[in-house]
Design a protein around this ligand. Structure first.
Ligand code: 5CA
Length: 455
């Protein structure tokens, strides 16, 4: 029996098609491990099915994003994956987007598209429903699948064609308050990535087809990353401000933002080597590769002017609202976290995004003592709100150990006939390999919180 919150599973009932061999199509470690650990399967180029274990990791990432968005005052909604071409014609982006946009015609001959992003649709919803500055500011987001017909989908979920994105959009009466919205998201992003066990660095970025004059990419360092970044090493060690410290106006937020933006940090598109040399002492210069896990833009009145998203200001005159958009690559993050946290044996999940907290191994299913002790541990941990994956299958011990190492849950708990007799559990910390043999109560206490190494 497990508590309603717990999502514990017995492996005999679960669907975890792990692979012993390294799939030849996978070029980078996260893709190999996601296939081997039974997290995803490719259905066509850049399209993936999320198997149960992969979906659990994806959901945990979503939950962190939702919690941090809520703290920053953003409100969740949900827009469809398909959009009408008409609104994209209004903004002028129907042509601009080119072949990356998947265009579809319905049975009535109407032009639709599979949304690559949602500035147009949210602006339409906004203009149809908000008429006064009194209803501002607003910050709305959704977590929805996107499609971009990438010329070279690769690296598994890292550069897919269909991918899950959190995209948010802020609406403000003037530039000053729009900057506050941008700053809040900047800080919410730092906190979201930190909670996932990642060190994400904000770098000044190009705004590309989105437009606007203020934009940051959030990059996690990884050798296999597709982005090249140049930065001052001190930016990597800055503490992430707590939500409680944030106040609501620009005056409070600006110094926090400044603490990050004062350092040189740029992606290759924006890099200026003369400036880099002049601003960053030689021993602090970092040139590295990274993965872009988030991207925020302030684009002012670009879409509101083109699409006539106007509100009546305090003086009664209509003005186009000031907006920004804020994206997080939720499905890309699953790969990104694995790139940042793995070893030769498999994935090493940070606690907050681990698909399960504890992997419980019964070395002798069918042995009365082992079954009883495993059941007790499984039930108690589940009732305490932990997610346990219980390997109750009739398999060789070696195979069970390597599967657990491969899928990388933070704690492993092993019970065999000897342990059952002495009512003891062997616990292994996946990240460090450290093992302890503990009495049941002590084992439960240890397993109930993150190993220090996986916080
Ligand atoms: N409208 C803006 C902000 S909502 C936007 O679309 N920004 S974006 O193009 O930078 O995408 C946001 C995030 O989605 C990126 O930072 C990246 O993490 C993720 N992303 C973009 N393209 C892909 C892709 N092909 N596969 C996986 N993730 C992707």
């Amino acid at each position: 029996m497990s508590s309603p919150q717990s999502q514990s599973q017995r492996m005999s009932n679960y669907f975890l098609p792990t692979l012993k061999e390294t799939p030849s199509e996978a070029q980078i470690v996260s893709h190999r491990l996601m296939l081997r650990a039974g997290m995803v399967r490719q259905s066509a180029a850049g399209l993936y099915s999320w198997l149960p274990l992969g979906l659990k990791a994806l959901r945990k990432i979503e939950t962190i994003v939702r919690e941090e968005q809520a703290k920053a005052g953003a409100i969740e909604m949900l827009m469809p994956t398909l959009q009408s071409a008409d609104i994209w014609r209004e903004s002028g982006r129907y042509e601009d987007y080119g072949k990356e946009m998947l265009r579809i015609t319905d049975r009535h001959g109407r032009d639709l598209l599979y949304g690559p992003t949602n500035e147009e649709l949210i602006t339409q919803i906004f203009r149809d429903n908000v008429v006064s500055y009194k209803d501002l500011p607003k910050n709305l987001y959704h977590i929805q699948w996107k499609f971009r017909d990438e010329i070279r989908p690769r690296f598994g979920v890292m550069r897919g064609r269909e991918f899950l994105m959190k995209d948010g959009y802020s609406f403000d009466i003037d530039e000053a308050s729009a900057r506050t919205a941008y700053y809040k998201m900047f800080l919410a992003y730092l906190r979201s990535f930190r909670r996932m066990g990642l060190k994400a660095m904000p770098v000044a970025a190009d705004t590309g087809p989105i437009g606007g004059d203020l934009s940051h990419e959030f990059i996690i360092l990884a050798e296999t990353g597709e982005s090249e970044v140049f930065c001052h090493s001190d930016i990597l060690d800055l503490p992430v401000p707590e939500a409680e410290l944030m106040g609501d106006d620009t005056g409070d937020l600006a110094p926090l933002i400044e603490s990050f933006t004062q350092y040189y940090a740029r992606s290759d598109e924006m890099h200026d080597s003369a400036m880099f040399e002049a601003q960053v002492p030689a021993d602090k210069q970092v040139t590295a590769r990274g993965i872009e896990v988030g991207h925020i833009f302030y684009f002012g009145q670009k879409y509101s002017t083109a699409m006539k998203a106007l509100v009546a200001g305090p003086d009664g005159k209509d003005t186009a609202v000031h907006s920004g958009s804020y994206g997080i690559g939720i499905s890309r993050l699953v790969g990104g976290i694995i790139e940042a946290s793995h070893d030769d044996d498999g994935i090493v999940w940070p606690w907050a995004v681990a698909p399960f907290h504890v992997g419980l191994i019964n070395l002798k299913p069918g042995h009365e003592g082992c079954d009883a002790l495993c059941a007790r541990l499984f039930d108690t941990l589940s009732q305490n709100g932990l997610d346990v994956l219980y390997d109750d299958r009739d398999e060789r011990a070696g195979a069970k150990f390597s599967t657990m190492d491969l899928i990388g849950l933070p704690w492993q708990a092993v019970i065999g006939p000897r342990g059952a007799e002495g009512q003891e559990v062997e616990i292994k910390n996946r990240a460090t390999g450290e093992k302890h043999v503990l009495a049941l109560d002590a084992a439960i206490a240890l397993l109930s919180s993150p190993p220090e190494s996986a916080q």
